[in-house]
Design a protein around this ligand. Structure first.
Ligand code: MN
Length: 724
C-alpha cells in the first residue's frame, strides 16, 4: 500500500483539547452570538499558546483544565467575559503572560477577572487552621468585588476535585477538607446547587472512600429492584398529563450519594429508609402550568396531607422556586414530586451564575456591582413576601459590601479589621505589646509605612523594637477602638519622669549611632540646641522626645551638626516657605523631593539626607523605594493639618497638535487659581504633542479639579501626573 492509502485508513485522532473545544463551542453557540463565540475561540488559542508545553498530571495538555472550567460555566450560561476569564484563569500565575497583555488582547474587564481569580488561588493553602474557614470564606467574598470571580473559582475547584486522580490519599483528603469547609458553603451561599452537589460527592469520596463506595453500590442494587415501579409511576404520570395537552418533561430523580450519606447521619436512619422514596421532577414552560400539573398528579394519586409546599408563590430565602408534594403511589409507596419551570430549574441549579445573564443578553460595560445589588434586591423582595428569617440576606450583604478587611499574620492566622484600618490597628489587634512597640511593617515582604491602609489578603509582618513606644501621632490614622484606647491609656499613665527617662534613652541611642555621648556634649552646645528647638530646658526636650512629640533621631542629627547656629540660619531661610509637615520635626530642614513632587493629601515618606534634612517623597515614588530598604533612615511623616501654600506638581499631557492648544491649557489652569511654572515639549508629531507642565497647586483636591477640567477639553487626549 502506498503511504497515502495508509493515511486514509487511519482514524482521525482528536486530541482531548480539541474535543473539549468542540464541546465548548457547541454549548456557547446556543446562547451567544457569533462575535462572542469568536472572541472565546480567540481566548482558547491565546491560552493554549501560553500554556503550550505544560501538562496536567494526567498527561493531558494543560489547556484542558481551563477549558473544562469554561465548559462548566458555559453550561450555566455564563457571559462572554466570564468564559474568557475561565479559559485564561491560570495564565498570569503559570505563564509569562502579564495582566497588561490580557488588557491589550482582551479587555480591562477580563484582565481584572483573571487577576482576581489568581489572587484567590494564592489564598488556597495559605490558611490551614480549620477554625478560620468562616473568615476565609468572608475574605474570598470580600476580595471578589465581582461575583463572577467566585463563580470561576468554584468551577476551577470543581475540576481540580474531579481530577484528584492518583494523588496520595492524605493530600486528597486535605484538599477535600478545604473544599468542604470553604467552597461548598460558598456554592451554597450563591445558590449554585449543581456545583455544590458535585463538590459534596467528590469530597465524600476523597474523605471517606469506603463509605462512598458502599452507598454507591447500595444505590446501584436498589435501582435494579426499583426499576419496574419507577417505570410504572412514570408512565402513569405521563399518560395522565398527555390527556391534558400540556407540554412537559418528567424525570425520575435519585438522591445523590452525598445527600444520602448526610441524611443517614443526620437522622440516624439506615440506607433503606433514605432510599425508600420514589422521587420525580416535572418541568414545564409556564408558571401557570405548574399548578395545572399539580392538579393532575393530585388527581392521579392521593396526596399526603400537610406535605404540599408552594415555593413558587413563596420562594425559599435563597430564591428557590418549585412546587413540592408527596403522593401515595401504587403498593403504598411514597412519591415525592417537584414541579417547576425550566427557568426555575436553571436558577435552582446555577444560582447566581444563572442570574448573571438573566435579563441582559449583553453584559459588557454594565457595572457588575449594580447587578449583584439587583440580585440582592430580588432576594430581599422574596424574603419580604416569604416572611423568612433575614439572616441569609444579612450575611450575604455583609459579604458583598464589606465593611471589613481580612489580612494574614505571617503564621497564616486571619485578622479581621474594619475597612480603613492601618498597620497600627493590625498590630494592636494581634497583641497590645506588639502595637505599642511597632516601628514599621512588611507587607508581602515589602517595607511600608505604619499609616498604610490594609487590603484584603495581605500578609502583614509587624516589626517591633524593644525601645519603641506608642506614638501620639498614630491617633491620627488608627480607626479601631482597641488601638485608640491602648494608646490613650499609655499616654495618660505615662508619668513626666518616665517620659524624660525614656526620652534620654532614645536620644542616647540615636547619638550612639553617630558616635556621640550625650554626657560628653558641652553645655554651650546643648543651650544652642534648646534655642534652636525653642525649648526652655533639657528636661522639656527629653520629655517631648519621650512622649513622641519630637523625633530623637532629628535631635541627634542637630547635635551632630558642626555649627548649630548655621543650621538655624538655614532653617530660617527654608522653612519660611515650607510648611511644617510633621510634628516633632521643628527645626529640621524639610525639602519636597523634586522627582515625585509630593503635594498635601498624598501619602508621603520622609528620608534623612545629610545636608538636606528630611526629604519628603511621594509614597509611590520609585526613588524612595530604594532608600526605604535602609530601615533606619526613613520615617513616617504626615502633612500638618494647618498646611497652606503652593506646591509644585508635574503633569504629562498629550494634546492634539493644533495652533493655540497650549494657550487654552494655560488659561484653563490659571482660571482655576493655579500657576504654570514651566512647560516643556517632550515629543511632537503632526497630530500629537506631548508636553510636560509644572504647575503650582494647593493640594490634591485642587489638582484633581484641574485634571478633571482639563480632561473635558477635546484637545486633551491623556493626562498623567508624574511621580518619578
Ligand atoms: Mn485552575
Amino acid at each position: 500500500m502506498t503511504e497515502v492509502a495508509i493515511a486514509n485508513f487511519l482514524p482521525e485522532i482528536e486530541l482531548p483539547e480539541e474535543k473539549l473545544l468542540r464541546r465548548l463551542q457547541s454549548i456557547i453557540s446556543g446562547y451567544l452570538n457569533n462575535k462572542q463565540v469568536d472572541s472565546i475561540n480567540h481566548a482558547f488559542h491565546f491560552g493554549a499558546d501560553a500554556h503550550s508545553g505544560q501538562y496536567r498530571k494526567s498527561g493531558e495538555a494543560y489547556i484542558c483544565h481551563p477549558l473544562s472550567v469554561a465548559i462548566t460555566l458555559a453550561e450555566m450560561h455564563m457571559d462572554t467575559q466570564g468564559i474568557i476569564a475561565a479559559i485564561l484563569h491560570d495564565v498570569i500565575e503559570d505563564t509569562p503572560i502579564s495582566k497588561e497583555q490580557i488588557v491589550e488582547e482582551f479587555s480591562q474587564e477580563v484582565a481584572d477577572l483573571v487577576d482576581a481569580v489568581t489572587k484567590l488561588t494564592k489564598l488556597d493553602n495559605k490558611s490551614r487552621a480549620e477554625t478560620q474557614a468562616e473568615n476565609v470564606r468572608k475574605m474570598i467574598l470580600a476580595m471578589a468585588k465581582d461575583l463572577r470571580v467566585i463563580i470561576v473559582k468554584l468551577a476551577d475547584r470543581l475540576h481540580n476535585m474531579q481530577t484528584l486522580g492518583a494523588m496520595p490519599i492524605e493530600k486528597k483528603r486535605r484538599i477535600a477538607k478545604e473544599t468542604q469547609e470553604i467552597y461548598v458553603p460558598l456554592a451554597n451561599r450563591l445558590s449554585m446547587n449543581s456545583i455544590r452537589h458535585q463538590l459534596e460527592g467528590l469530597c465524600l469520596e476523597a474523605i471517606h472512600p469506603h463509605r462512598y463506595q458502599a452507598i454507591r453500590q447500595a444505590v446501584k442494587k436498589a435501582r435494579g429492584n426499583r426499576r419496574e415501579i419507577v417505570n410504572t409511576i412514570e408512565s402513569a404520570i405521563k399518560n395522565r398529563l398527555n390527556q391534558t395537552g400540556l407540554i412537559f418533561d418528567v424525570a425520575g430523580r435519585e438522591k445523590n450519594v452525598a445527600s444520602i450519606y448526610k441524611k443517614m447521619r443526620r437522622q440516624k436512619i439506615p440506607f433503606s429508609n433514605v432510599f425508600d422514596v420514589y422521587a420525580f421532577r416535572i418541568y414545564c414552560d409556564q408558571v401557570d402550568d405548574c399548578y395545572r400539573i399539580l392538579g393532575c398528579v393530585h388527581n392521579l394519586f392521593n396526596p399526603i396531607p400537610g406535605k404540599f409546599k408552594d415555593y413558587i408563590a413563596l420562594p425559599k430565602a435563597n430564591g428557590y422556586q418549585s412546587l413540592h408534594t408527596i403522593l401515595i403511589g401504587p403498593y403504598g409507596v411514597p412519591i415525592e414530586i417537584q414541579i417547576r419551570t425550566h427557568e426555575m430549574h436553571r436558577m435552582a441549579e446555577s444560582g447566581i451564575a444563572a442570574h448573571w445573564v438573566y435579563k441582559s443578553g449583553d453584559t459588557s460595560g454594565e457595572h457588575v456591582r449594580a447587578r449583584a445589588t439587583e440580585w440582592l434586591r430580588d432576594l430581599l423582595e422574596i424574603q419580604k413576601t416569604a416572611g423568612d428569617s433575614l439572616e441569609f440576606i444579612d450575611n450575604l450583604k455583609i459579604d458583598l459590601f464589606p465593611q471589613e478587611v481580612f489580612v494574614f499574620t505571617p503564621q497564616g492566622n486571619i485578622i479581621k479589621l474594619p475597612r480603613g484600618a492601618t498597620i497600627v490597628d493590625f498590630a494592636y489587634a494581634v497583641h497590645t505589646d506588639i502595637g505599642s512597640t511597632c516601628v514599621s511593617a512588611r507587607i508581602d515582604n515589602k517595607l511600608i509605612p505604619l499609616q498604610t491602609q490594609l487590603e484584603n489578603g495581605m500578609t502583614v509582618e509587624v516589626i517591633t523594637a524593644s525601645w519603641a513606644r506608642p506614638n501620639p501621632l498614630w491617633l491620627n490614622h488608627i480607626i479601631t477602638a482597641k488601638a485608640r484606647s491602648s494608646i490613650r491609656n499609655y499616654l495618660k499613665n505615662f508619668q513626666q519622669q518616665d517620659a524624660i527617662n525614656l526620652g534620654r534613652r532614645l536620644l542616647e541611642k540615636e547619638l550612639k549611632t553617630l558616635n556621640i555621648e550625650l554626657d560628653n556634649i558641652a553645655e554651650s552646645r546643648l543651650l544652642q540646641l534648646l534655642e534652636v528647638m525653642k525649648m526652655q530646658s533639657m528636661d522639656e526636650l527629653l520629655e517631648a522626645i519621650g512622649l513622641g512629640n519630637k523625633m530623637p533621631i532629628l535631635v541627634a542629627k542637630h547635635l551632630s551638626q558642626e555649627d548649630i547656629h548655621a543650621a538655624i540660619k538655614l532653617e530660617n531661610t527654608t522653612t519660611e516657605n515650607t510648611p511644617l509637615i510633621i510634628k516633632g520635626t521643628e527645626g529640621m530642614v524639610i525639602t519636597l523631593a523634586k522627582c515625585c513632587h509630593p503635594i498635601p493629601g498624598d501619602h508621603i515618606v520622609g528620608f534623612f539626607n545629610p545636608g538636606k534634612g528630611i526629604v519628603i517623597h511621594h509614597h509611590e515614588c520609585r526613588n524612595s523605594k530604594d532608600v526605604r530598604k535602609q530601615q533606619s533612615s526613613w520615617i513616617d511623616v504626615e502633612w500638618s493639618h494647618e498646611i497652606s501654600g503652593e506646591f509644585s506638581v508635574e503633569l504629562r499631557i498629550e494634546l492634539l497638535n493644533q495652533r493655540g492648544t497650549l494657550a487654552t491649557i494655560a488659561s484653563t489652569i490659571s482660571g482655576l487659581d493655579a500657576n504654570i511654572e514651566s512647560v516643556t515639549i517632550a515629543d511632537q508629531d503632526d497630530k500629537v504633542s506631548i508636553d510636560l507642565i509644572t504647575l503650582a497647586v494647593k493640594d490634591r483636591v485642587h489638582l484633581a479639579n484641574i485634571i478633571r477640567k482639563l480632561k473635558k477639553l477635546f484637545i486633551v487626549l491623556k493626562i498623567t501626573r508624574i511621580k518619578a
